[in-house]
Design a protein around this ligand. Structure first.
Ligand SMILES: NC(=O)C1=CN([C@@H]2O[C@H](COP(=O)(O)OP(=O)(O)OC[C@H]3O[C@@H](n4cnc5c(N)ncnc54)[C@H](O)[C@@H]3O)[C@@H](O)[C@H]2O)[C@@H](O)CC1
Ligand SMILES: Nc1ncnc2c1ncn2[C@@H]1O[C@H](COP(=O)(O)OP(=O)(O)O)[C@@H](O)[C@H]1O
Ligand SMILES: [K+]
Length: 492
């Protein structure tokens, strides 16, 4: 897959490796810093031409170095500039020391900064090098700036946000704008980091694409580049079986709605046929509500085993509203050589013995997609969930490797991860997707993709993206029924 800096996401560790490689290939690191700091000053002048004063807060590392460059450029443009430093600037090293010398004015200590109306704060305290909770002195300035509601332009990352995880280490700035360099870091897209960045600008400081490509791990923002070539335009000679047959398992008589939402979404997402498999007790309730979706009586594992002789059924969705955990376990194990989306109760069914599920799906190409929310994730992967050092991306990848499944780790920052280490962070989901039945709809869309023969990672990534688009199109106040109706065609 070609590496595109617009889609790629690089960790701070990868950024350091890129930086080292750039230096080895003869690129002058001070020029990179100059380029970075100048981009920050340009953003400040562009966004806040009315500023009475730019206050640049400079830290002890290269993030601070970018700050000194920005301060000098703002001063040269005639703006009023004040610099406040954390620690003694005499201890700065390398490029940061050179940038500070270039600024050439005596700065004030950070603790002496008193925010005043008309200030625009440039946060150059910590970037990629933040390694622990910010000191109390920094937290106090963050609170003071926040209570004055001053605009903050963050250099690389809002200080306090961990670039690898998006978590806040102690306290952080809430930026109105963030200028980062080269490519986005996970902390710009994962929560809560995403909400603390304000508008995000990625500035190309001149590191060549080949160096980026050599160090990216396969993490990107979710989008059509991930399934390019896997989503086929409709063949004029298509018939319904060619467009894929999806089967969805219904819950009991009082819990049939979730599976119908999945089934309706699967049909709308492009499966040629969708069949709802229902035990006899729920047949009447389902029959009364189905039109285009077909209905089949499947009451136990024996009936399912007989039905599986029909190889045209390309994929299954098991879990939404299903209820009966023992039967869910039996069905999931019977389906182990078929493409399956396991959601909700289908996931919970394996909480006491997850390895039973993982071993059943270990053979061949990945053909299981699991769609846990936080609670379901913790049930199947309690140790991964409990490890505070892992980011949401790390957790999803570790879970995918262990379970031999594509993991769709849901939430406002859904992460899709494959056992082969590929991962994507989704960014197009509006908050009103948090509504009952929204996850059932997602499972149906992914099921339709699997039924059409898309590989599991691409099917899942495209499903999450279409789900987000449908949410945006249906708009605030949507219900899960509206969501299915708003699913748009998949761009080929
Ligand atoms: N990598 C690159 O190619 C480029 C990096 N640049 C800048 O360099 C930054 C990274 O620089 P550094 O690696 O020096 O890292 P930082 O400047 O983010 O911070 C590192 C310093 O802060 C200290 N530190 C970390 N956490 C602390 C805490 N909680 N309390 C007190 N001190 C703490 C460290 O001991 C170290 O001295 C990037 O964020 C970016 O702004 C730019 O100059 C452009 C080029
Ligand atoms: N704040 C949010 N912003 C965007 N998307 C969200 C948010 N909260 C939840 N979602 C999405 O909504 C869906 C909810 O799924 P789930 O928790 O299984 O609910 P349900 O079981 O009611 O269908 C998931 O796709 C999730 O990623
Ligand atoms: K910063």
């Amino acid at each position: 897959m070609p590496v595109d800096r617009d889609d790629s996401i690089i960790t701070p560790a990868e950024m350091s490796a890129i930086d080292r490689d750039a230096a080895l290939s003869g690129i002058d690191s001070f020029r990179l810093m100059t380029s970075a700091g100048t981009a920050v000053s340009a953003a400040a002048l562009r966004l806040y031409p009315q500023a009475l004063r730019f206050v640049v807060l400079c830290g002890p590392g290269n993030n601070g170095g970018d700050g000194y460059i920005a301060a000098a450029a703002l001063h040269a443009s005639g703006a009023q500039v004040a610099v406040h430093a954390l620690g003694d600037p005499a201890h700065l090293k390398g490029d940061a020391a050179r940038a500070c010398a270039g600024w050439g004015h005596a700065g004030e200590p950070l603790a002496k900064y008193r925010p005043r109306p008309g200030d625009i704060v440039i946060d150059a305290l910590f970037g990629a090098g933040l390694s622990r909770a910010v000191p109390d002195e920094v937290a106090a300035v963050m609170r003071a700036v926040g209570s004055e509601q001053l605009p903050v332009i963050a250099v690389d990352l809002p200080s306090g946000v961990d670039g690898r995880t998006g978590q806040v280490l102690g306290e952080s700035f809430h930026a109105s704008h963030t200028v980062t360099f080269m490519a986005r870091k996970p902390g710009h897209l994962l929560l809560p980091g995403r909400t603390l960045c304000g508008s995000l600008e990625v500035f190309d400081i001149g590191i060549p694409q080949r160096i980026l490509a050599a160090h990216t791990s396969g993490l990107s923002e979710n989008g059509p580049h991930l399934w390019a070539g896997q989503a086929h335009a409709l063949d004029p000679s298509a018939h319904k079986f060619k467009r894929g047959h999806l089967a969805v398992f219904s819950g009991g008589p009082l819990a049939t709605g979730a599976a119908r939402l999945s089934a309706a979404a699967g049909l709308k997402a492009g499966a040629g046929l969708v069949t709802l498999a229902s035990a006899s007790a729920a047949l009447d309730a389902n029959a009364a509500h189905l039109t285009a979706v077909m209905l089949k009586e499947i009451g136990d594992a024996g009936a399912l085993a007989r039905w599986l002789a029909d190889k045209r059924i390309g994929a299954f969705v098991l879990g939404p509203g299903f209820g009966d955990l023992e039967t869910a376990r039996q069905y999931a194990l019977l389906l182990n050589d078929r493409a399956l989306v396991l959601d909700a109760d289908g996931i919970t069914a394996f909480k006491d013995d997850p390895s039973l599920l993982f071993e059943a799906y270990a053979q061949g190409e990945t053909h299981l997609v699991m769609t846990p929310h936080d609670g379901e994730f913790a049930r199947l992967f309690p140790d991964i969930d409990a490890d505070p050092t892992l980011s949401k991306v790390d957790r999803a990848i570790a879970a995918a490797k262990r379970s031999h499944a594509v993991i769709v780790y849901k939430g406002a920052d859904t992460v899709i991860a494959s056992p082969d280490g590929r991962a994507a962070i989704n960014t197009n989901a509006p908050p009103w997707l948090a509504t009952a039945g929204s996850g059932d709809t997602l499972a149906g869309i992914i099921g339709a993709h699997l039924a059409q023969g898309m590989p599991a990672f691409e099917a899942a990534a495209a499903g999450v993206w279409r789900h987000g688009r449908a949410g945006a199109k249906a708009g605030e106040g949507l219900t899960a029924e509206d969501l299915a109706a708003a699913i748009e065609p998949l761009p080929a």
